[in-house]
Design a protein around this ligand. Structure first.
Ligand SMILES: C[S@@+](CC[C@H](N)C(=O)[O-])C[C@H]1O[C@@H](n2cnc3c(N)ncnc32)[C@H](O)[C@@H]1O
Length: 196
């Protein structure tokens, strides 16, 4: 993954998933107080979810391969007077960060990877998630009308996240992912994964 195709999607106006605000599902999740400790936002894009979590007083690192997205995210943080760290990092090599996190967020990244890429990504996530830490994955669902691209089934989640890959599934709930192309969001799954 060079990151260049991803970066291009941020250069000429907002990308389809860049909705000028945090995902409502993440706002709702955060309102339940489940984000705690050091937080990593993997594939943070222009940072709206990370910025929302920081506005709640959390310590957040957002990483992405797209430098253009990160520049936009940093500018928003400055404009809003929020302290958030944004860094270039490949989600397949998160161990290179040399840090662990209590809560990890994946909003729209897991579903972009092919099934043969997912084991490496899941292992990378496990390498930076503290024991008993929690990972939240919000992804397009294959269930329902008007699905988004690369929809994910329950079985996809079960085969990626299991005790042998270092994870226990605590919950898989139905949600929506908002995009610029879906009036009321696309069907989504919100998975809660506990580090085994
Ligand atoms: C669908 S976008 C979601 C962005 C953001 N989480 C949001 O909700 O707006 C997926 C993001 O993952 C980033 N990405 C793709 N592959 C990556 C990788 N290997 N490592 C880090 N980030 C990656 C892309 O640049 C893009 O910003």
């Amino acid at each position: 993954m060079t990151g260049l195709p991803w970066d291009a999607s941020y250069r000429d106006g907002p990308a389809p998933w860049d909705i000028d605000g945090p995902q409502p599902a993440i706002v709702n999740l955060a309102s339940n107080g489940v984000f705690a400790g050091a937080v990593l936002d993997a594939g943070c894009g222009t940072g709206e979810n990370a910025l929302h979590l920081a506005s709640l007083g959390l310590s957040v690192l957002g990483v992405d391969v797209a430098e253009t997205a990160l520049a936009i995210a940093r500018e928003k943080a400055t404009d809003r007077g929020l302290e958030v760290e944004f860094a270039v990092a490949d989600a397949f090599q998160l161990e290179g960060l040399g840090r662990t996190f209590d809560t990890v967020l994946d909003c729209g990244l897991f579903h972009t990877f092919d099934s043969d890429e997912r084991p490496r990504y899941v292992a990378s996530l496990a390498s930076v998630t503290a024991r008993d830490g929690t990972l939240y994955v919000l992804c397009f669902s294959d269930s329902g009308p008007d699905t988004g691209p690369h929809p994910v089934s329950r079985e996809d989640l079960r085969s990626a996240f299991n005790p042998s890959s270092g994870w226990n599934i605590a919950a898989i709930e139905s949600e929506r992912v908002h995009t610029r192309f879906h009036d009321n969001g696309a069907p989504a799954r919100l998975a809660t994964l506990k580090r085994a």
